[in-house]
Ligand binder design. Structure first.
Ligand code: EPU
Length: 442
């Protein structure tokens, strides 16, 4: 089967020893689409620079065009001109493709007073309910109804509110920022997410004319304004892509240097790998990680909201754990079902056992529920190549690392998952020495 835009859907990977070289990290996937959504709040054009080339950008551009906005994606620049936006409904054909539609509700209420968005998709890593988004939209004055096909909302006027999120959700924080920025009066958002991509969106909105303050206690204060103007922003580097390539080098006994992602986005990633014995060389232009054979140590890590160890760094780390002597532990506390991908790693020879208990750190929200959200990894495992299917973006990259570390070739299906989230992954992996033969396209 051909993938989106006729791209190959399968890679055959020949392990070719340690991955070595330099990778230029693109702008962040989880910021670019949000900036594109923010741009429709304005009636003058906005430009996002250093945009990654990803499937998710194309999907989001398609949604915005269906609303009457003009979107130009040229190289690493995306321009959105929503002057002519006059539609309030995103076609149901966008059902399940990514998490962006729910973020469009607030901006559409501002622009056209009503919105229909199909049910959001994204990776299957847990239930991913929308209750925080819906609660926040209602608090800000929207009438919201959830139907079989999607979410309908209308609002004659949006008004500021006091909102406290039950958990610091990235998406729900973004929904509040994108809606409260143009509501009447003040919004206080407590227990907000403060991930760099969320702050980056707040900065973009500030450039557009929004009045937003971030207090040190996870609190955003937003003073609504009548209108926003288009703005331009250069995106910061993708910290998930950066970590993933650094780990690809370590897991294969090589050395990868990344450029284009600031050190302050990777503090916890670097300290976690340093604790395992990785050696870093950091200067103003880049970050390199290496570990001479046999020097990496096992570790125990739990994922948590920023500035903790992020959930999207977890799948590559688990592959690295299989290549480190001793017992390592991971406790996933953000998404209840984000370890399903380990089955394929077990099939490749990884010794990984799943638990429904909270194995490291404090008990999390999934404590005493049936979700297998902790894993014990015994290394070093000699991984065998296998024929496997990528289930989601982050697992997809983890499988490529595992295939690169394996002793025999692998066939990986579902490459469109990788292309939805990683800028030119085939080119970048090939430049590190991985031998990839694509197939499955037209
Ligand atoms: N949650 C609710 N109700 C809600 C919203 C969230 O219960 O209404 C729960 C979720 O089920 C989850 C937790 O809150 O247990 C955190 O979810 P969050 O809302 O923070 O996640 P998200 O906004 O859906 C974004 C990224 C994810 C990343 C998470 C956490 C995008 C498009 N996605 O998801 O990235 O893992 O934040 O940082 O920004 C990825 O890029 O592969 C990816 C999955």
């Amino acid at each position: 089967m051909a993938g989106p835009r006729g791209k190959p859907t399968t890679w055959r990977i020949e392990p070719a020893g340690p991955l070595r070289g330099e990778v230029a990290i693109a702008g962040s996937k989880n910021a670019v689409t949000k900036h594109m959504v923010a741009a429709i709040l304005a009636t003058s054009p906005s430009t996002v620079r250093n945009a990654p080339r990803l499937g998710d950008v194309d999907i989001t551009a398609g949604m915005l065009r269906s609303l009457g906005a003009q979107v130009a994606v040229e190289g690493h620049e995306v321009t959105v001109d929503a002057t002519g936006l006059d539609e309030s409904r995103i076609p149901v054909s966008y059902t399940g493709l990514n998490r962006v539609p729910i973020l469009m509700v607030g901006p559409l209420l501002h622009r056209v007073g009503e919105a229909f968005v199909p049910l959001v998709g994204g990776d299957r890593i847990g239930n991913r309910p929308l209750d925080y988004h819906v609660g926040a939209l209602r608090a800000l004055g929207a009438e919201v109804a959830l139907g079989d096909q999607g979410l309908e909302a209308k609002a004659s006027r949006l008004q500021g509110a006091h909102i406290r999120l039950p958990f610091p959700s990235v998406g729900a924080t973004e929904t509040v920022l994108l809606t409260a920025a143009v509501a009447e009066g003040r919004t206080t958002l407590e227990n907000a997410a403060t991930e760099p991509e969320v702050v980056e969106l707040a900065l973009f909105l500030q450039r557009m004319g929004a009045r937003i303050e971030l207090q040190p206690d996870r609190r955003f204060l937003i003073e609504g304004v009548d209108r926003l103007e288009g703005a331009t922003q250069h995106l910061g580097g993708d910290r998930i892509e950066a970590f993933s390539y650094l780990v690809a080098g370590l897991a294969t006994g090589g050395r990868v240097r990344i450029t284009g992602c600031a050190q302050d986005r990777l503090v916890t990633a670097i300290s976690t790998l340093q604790r395992m014995g990785a050696r870093f060389t950091i200067d103003d232009d880049g970050i390199a990680a290496e570990a001479p054979a046999g020097t990496l140590r096992s570790s125990a890590v739990h994922t948590s909201p920023h500035p903790g160890f992020m959930t999207d760094w977890q799948p590559p780390l688990v592959v690295l754990f299989t290549q480190v002597a001793g017992m390592s532990v991971i406790h996933e506390t953000i998404f209840e079902d984000r370890l399903g991908y380990v089955e394929a790693l077990q099939h490749m020879g990884g010794e990984i056992e799943l638990f429904d208990q909270c194995l490291v750190g404090r008990s999390c929200r999934f404590h005493e529920r049936a979700w297998q959200h902790s894993a014990l990894v015994r290394g070093i495992s000699e991984l065998r190549g296998a024929e496997i299917t990528m289930p989601d973006i982050r697992a997809a990259f983890a499988y490529v690392i595992a295939a690169a570390a394996a002793r025999s070739p692998s066939v990986l299906h579902g490459v469109h998952h990788l292309e939805r989230g990683y800028d030119r992954a085939a080119e970048k992996f090939s430049s590190l020495g991985l031998i990839i033969a694509p197939s499955g396209g037209p």
